[in-house]
Write a protein that binds this ligand. Structure first.
Ligand SMILES: NC(=O)c1ccc[n+]([C@@H]2O[C@H](COP(=O)([O-])OP(=O)(O)OC[C@H]3O[C@@H](n4cnc5c(N)ncnc54)[C@H](OP(=O)(O)O)[C@@H]3O)[C@@H](O)[C@H]2O)c1
Length: 360
């Protein structure tokens, strides 16, 4: 069997550097016979039920690779899609899902200079995280400073990088402005609340139930809207004295996009982050004209690839903010790695607040 490490996905999960990933393979002849690894294997991408927890021999890192003993791996939205063959990246079969994880370097391959055996790292390689060990390209691993626990590190890169790039770079958010965060209790939503607060903005968090709204308040939102029961436009009018939010952060799409855009302030910036609800909204363009507003696309992965230095500076700032306690991943709960199917079920049924993290 050739169990492959997938190449860098289209939506970009590049962190440390942005060199396109050469396809790296777990070649059978490179396996060590001593250690056994376990991993969730996707041999047929027809859904979570088809994943199997298998024993595999420990692979030896090739040139530019490291072997990581995984301590924690978080679930991200693409992890749901990739095992159903619905994600833009289609890894060669079989593959181990798990885009983002943290652990300890166990072995380094030829030419790896910035990582050492025993070093704690976070890694965003697109696949490989849902197991006990994985091979990863060293250039995609971020060395972790002391005091950065694996559970937080595994839940950090995608959500905070996306939300920082969205709000600060694409949205040009300024202190004193008002931000509306839709899907605010989700992974990127909770990060967006914290980053907007760190930037000195006022945050209105919108979510689908009272428990999610309460979480948003606990992590710093100044006001909340339960969009399952409140009229979004009326609530926004009331909370902004009729002015509307300056920046709207939208990872959800679907039915709330148009009412939200209609509510935006003069010179507002509407950040198109994702479509968790499914349908991709269509907007009448006159709405942008009437408000002098901008519809702004956010594609953090490509930003990281195309503007590596700016991305590295941003990651450094985020690590500093973490150290200063300004941001901290909201961990819904952790589950043993063997219970991945339960985790998928929770995320797929909209039950997760913040991040769900698998641990070994
Ligand atoms: N553009 C980028 O660079 C980038 C980077 C990372 C992620 N994303 C995208 O951002 C989106 C959110 O990612 P995430 O990791 O934050 O996901 P998540 O943790 O599952 O949060 C998504 C939120 O969307 C809301 N939602 C509304 N309808 C939903 C539905 N039918 N199914 C699931 N959720 C629904 C839920 O909040 P309520 O229940 O409160 O409505 C949920 O909390 C995804 O589409 C992802 O692909 C984009």
């Amino acid at each position: 069997m050739n169990c492959r490490v997938a190449p860098l996905p289209e939506d970009g999960l590049c962190t440390h550097e942005t060199v396109a990933l050469p396809e790296a393979f777990y070649h059978l002849q490179h396996y060590s016979k001593e250690t056994v690894v376990h991993a969730w294997l996707c041999e047929n991408p027809i859904g979570v039920d088809a994943l199997t927890w298998k024993e595999l021999p420990t692979p030896q890192p090739g040139a530019g690779e490291v072997l990581i003993q995984i301590q924690a791996a978080s679930l991200n939205f693409p992890d749901l899609l990739i095992v159903q063959n619905k994600y833009q990246m289609k890894p060669p079969l079989p593959f181990v899902p798990g885009s983002e994880y943290a652990g300890v370097v166990q072995a380094v391959g030829e030419g790896v200079t910035h990582l050492k055996v025993g070093q704690s790292v976070a890694c965003l390689s697109g696949t490989g995280g849902f197991g006990s060990h994985t091979l990863a390209p060293a250039k995609l691993c971020m060395p972790l400073p002391a005091g950065f626990p694996a559970v937080d590190a595994a839940a950090f890169i995608i959500t905070y990088a996306t939300s920082h790039h969205a709000l600060i770079d694409r949205g040009q958010l300024k202190a004193g402005e008002t931000v509306l965060v839709l899907g605010a209790a989700g992974g990127v939503g909770t990060a967006a609340i914290q980053i907007a607060k760190a930037a000195g903005a006022r945050v209105i968090a919108a979510a689908s139930n009272a428990e999610k709204c309460a979480l948003c308040t606990r992590i710093g939102a100044d006001a909340t809207i339960n969009y399952s029961q409140d009229n979004l436009r009326d609530a926004l009018k009331a909370l902004t004295d009729g002015k509307g939010p300056d920046v709207i952060y939208d990872p959800v799409g679907g039915e709330f996009a148009e009412p939200a855009f209609r509510s935006i302030a003069w010179r507002g910036r509407y950040l198109v982050v994702g479509f968790a609800a499914g349908p991709i909204p269509a907007l009448p363009w006159n709405l942008a004209l009437l408000k002098g507003a901008s519809l702004v696309g956010v594609f953090w992965g490509d930003y990281a690839r195309r503007e590596p230095q700016a991305n590295a500076a941003m990651m450094q700032e985020l690590a500093q903010w973490y150290g200063q306690g300004k941001i901290k991943p909201v961990i819904h709960h952790t589950l043993p790695m063997a219970q991945l199917k339960q985790a998928y079920e929770e995320m797929g049924s909209r039950g997760v607040m913040g991040k769900l993290v698998m641990v070994n």
